[in-house]
Write a protein that binds this ligand. Structure first.
Ligand code: C2E
Ligand code: CA
Ligand code: CA
Length: 695
């Protein structure tokens, strides 16, 4: 009985003929159904009162209670039970009527085919399950946000809105309407057709569906709604019920939009990121093919940003990146797209007619950096190295263009900070050569392959040797001698400059000690170059102190040359480090003076002992009044600040005489000597004789 049903649906057959009952039971033997039998309507009702029954299949013609009377009674007592009538042709009319009245689900003509019986019962059970699910959903939905569409078998529709749905959609209280037009009138125009069609097809195909759409509320607010619809036909009445549960997903939608935004944008600066740039690049390349323009990609790398970041703090670094991004964005370049690729690397995408215009774009970026960045008490000058790659047509890959621009950027850095270069094919080789050289430099630093050359520095009034500048040289194991203009930029770029700088310091100081001993009556001073990155080493001064003390060297003989642009880079830090160095008793000299942009205000604060006039002003000064004027101004300026002056790049007697006339104290250049190996340099004393110039 019911205990034996194993959870299977239970079918009750009612017929006065026992052999019919047996054959009906046999027909369902292989189905996952439990079958019971009753030989009369009265017996059937008693069974129904005792047992849980899912389906009643009853013969129409029986002695006593007829099948239709029984099934009407079943409907009244247990409306959820599926009712099926077995009839002969004679009762067809009555059976049809029973279906129309909703008393029965279906009728089957006798004799019943085995498989038809099973399939009708299974189908009825499926439909009932669906309908029940919907009913329970609709009961749960009483307080949930939902609407229900009821479509009668005659095609009339009614819509019922739950209270919460009205609130969600801001519908008027009397919004029980014949159709969903009120909903549709609230839909965002882009969503309307789609939602209309979806709801219509749900009703027509009896299919479940989920969708998302926007509702326009008052004050132009937009609310995102997620709608989940279930639909079923009532097996009894044939009416169709569609239930849609609504959820407000505005917040999660916003969240998703934020995530999507983040996937394509740089959070710090708000610029597009690499992914967005590559998308834009591919699109621009595609369009350029038809428009006969070029796509120019500018790869922008801020020079020495790492130093600023490490020394001034990351908060300042972040601010600087944001400020730079703003300047990039403010550039008035047509159809430009700016992106941050990460760190201090940015990109600018331009549409141009030719390479010249791309160069104009790069110049515009550099001009945007002319103004220093001011934040609180800080003021920072920063330059950018820019690589440019040009491309056209959909067959060009955006990623290739990006790589080329990157390579060109390295070439620009190599040329000198603050410059730009257009990519050409030969750069690929140079880029890989630089890579190889940096590796070589690592090994050479470990194997002591760097040595120093010493260039004499001469007192111009007496023409007596005063000191030397130590200049680094690289004895490359395969390439032979490599000059600093090749390896110093590489060393700075790769960070190896600090290791190299320590070796230079050691060697220069040791040589100074040696020459001090050789000429105790007039020991020559020793200059050497200190790169701006070394100024950021926390223990620069302490290490130098240890070296000098260990050698027992007079610190007054040591002179550190620091380039003007290096000092101006980060004035506050420079002041602090220079003060520490000064405290050791060593001398400080501003190198390459005249090429930077120091203002007098800063110059006054720098505790330097001397200035070195850049050789570009000295070379050709005898034929160039402007250069002479600059040199004179520098000398006057130095004097007013209490500094003395060294002129480098002295190649001719005319230059020597002019410099002497202008009151320049020291000179250095090929006229006297090139940088020399130490044994030769040690021989130099007096140039009056060799130059045959009197003093
Ligand atoms: P610098 O400090 O301006 O050094 C002077 C450069 O001018 C040297 O080139 C020297 O050989 C060259 N020079 C000297 N007199 C004359 C002249 O009369 N005419 C011409 N045309 N040139 C002259 P060098 O040795 O190739 O060094 C180039 C640059 O490399 C240096 O410029 C300096 O900035 C850098 N450097 C060299 N050694 C070191 C080092 O140990 N550390 C650092 N950080 N930089 C170094
Ligand atoms: Ca120098
Ligand atoms: Ca110089």
């Amino acid at each position: 009985m019911n205990q034996e049903s194993n959870g299977n649906p239970v079918v009750l057959f009612v017929d006065d003929e026992v052999h019919v009952l047996r054959s009906l039971q046999r027909a369902l033997m292989d189905e996952p159904l439990t079958t019971l039998t009753a030989e009369s309507g009265e017996q059937a009702l008693r069974t129904l009162a005792r047992e849980h029954i899912d389906v009643v299949v009853s013969d129409e013609r029986m002695p006593g209670m007829s099948g239709s009377t029984l099934l009407t009674e079943v409907k009244n007592r247990h409306p959820e039970i599926i009712r099926i009538m077995l009839t002969g042709h004679a009762d067809l009319e009555a059976a049809m009527q029973a279906i129309n009245d909703g008393r029965i689900y279906r009728f089957l003509l006798k004799p019943v085919a085995t498989d038809e019986l099973a399939s009708v019962i299974q189908k009825a059970l499926r439909e009932r399950a669906q309908s029940e699910r919907l009913l329970s959903l609709s009961q749960q939905a009483g307080d949930v946000c939902s609407f229900e569409v009821l479509k009668s078998s005659e095609g009339r529709t009614r819509v019922r809105w739950s209270r919460n749905a009205r609130t969600l959609l801001e519908l008027p209280p009397d919004a029980d309407l014949e159709d969903l037009d009120l909903l549709y009138s609230r839909l965002h125009p882009d969503d309307e057709t789609r939602v209309r069609e979806l709801n219509a097809s749900c009703l027509k195909m009896l299919a479940c569906a989920s969708t998302e759409y926007r509702i326009r509320l008052s004050n132009d607010r937009i609310r995102w709604i997620a709608q989940t619809s279930d639909v079923a036909a009532d097996p009894g009445t044939g009416a169709i019920r569609l239930l849609s549960v609504l959820r407000d997903i505005t917040e999660s939608k916003k969240q998703r939009e934020r995530l999507e935004y983040q996937a394509y944008h740089d959070v710090l600066t708000g610029l597009g990121n690499r992914a967005l740039l590559l998308d834009g690049l591919d699109e621009a390349l595609h369009q350029s093919g038809t428009r006969q323009t070029y796509v120019a990609l500018l790869f922008i790398d801020l020079d020495d940003f790492k130093i600023v970041n490490d020394s001034m703090g990351h908060a300042f670094g972040d601010w600087l990146l944001q400020a730079f991004a703003q300047r990039l964005n403010a550039l008035e370049l047509p159809a430009a797209m700016a992106a941050r690729l990460g760190g201090d690397e940015f990109a600018l995408l331009l549409r141009v007619d030719d390479a010249e215009q791309a160069g104009d774009g790069a110049r515009a970026v550099q001009e945007a950096l002319a103004e220093p960045f001011r934040h609180g008490d800080y003021e920072v000058h920063i330059s950018a190295s820019i690589g440019i790659a040009l491309g056209r047509g959909a067959e060009t890959a955006g990623l290739d263009l990006l790589r080329e621009a990157d390579t060109a950027m390295y070439a620009a850095k190599y040329k000198g900070k603050g410059s730009f270069r257009l990519f050409d094919k030969s750069m690929h080789d140079k880029a890989s050569e630089r890579f190889v050289l940096v590796g070589d430099m690592h090994r050479s630093l470990a194997r002591d392959c760097f040595f120093l050359a010493f260039q004499p520095i001469v007192r111009l009034d007496t023409l007596v040797l005063a000191g030397y500048e130590a200049l680094a040289r690289w004895q490359h194991p395969e390439r032979g001698l490599v000059m600093p203009n090749t390896f110093i930029p590489l060393a700075e770029e790769s960070g190896l400059i600090t290791r190299l700088g320590r070796q230079v310091t050691e060697k220069a100081c040791r040589q100074a000690r040696e020459w001090n001993d050789a000429r105790p009556e007039a020991p020559p001073f020793m200059s050497f170059n200190v790169s701006v990155q070394q100024l950021h080493e926390a223990d620069l001064a302490r290490r130098l102190d240890v070296t000098i003390t260990n050698l027992g060297l007079d610190p007054g003989l040591i002179k550190l040359e620091i380039t003007e642009s290096g000092l101006m880079h980060d004035v506050q830090l420079s002041m602090d480090v220079l003060a520490q160095l000064k405290a050791l008793g060593v001398k400080l000299q501003i190198d390459d003076f005249g090429t930077g942009y120091s203002s007098l205000r800063y110059l006054q604060r720098i505790p330097a002992d001397s200035l070195k006039v850049d050789k570009s002003f000295v070379m050709g000064m005898e034929n160039d009044a402007e250069k002479r004027a600059i040199v004179r101004t520098i000398i006057d300026l130095a004097r007013s600040l209490g500094m003395n002056v060294v002129a480098e790049g002295v190649e001719t007697r005319a230059q020597l005489l002019l410099l002497r006339e202008l009151g320049c104290e020291y000179g250095q250049g090929y006229l006297f000597d090139k940088p020399l190996p130490p044994e030769e340099a040690a021989q130099r004393r007096d140039y009056a004789h060799t130059l045959e110039i009197g003093n």
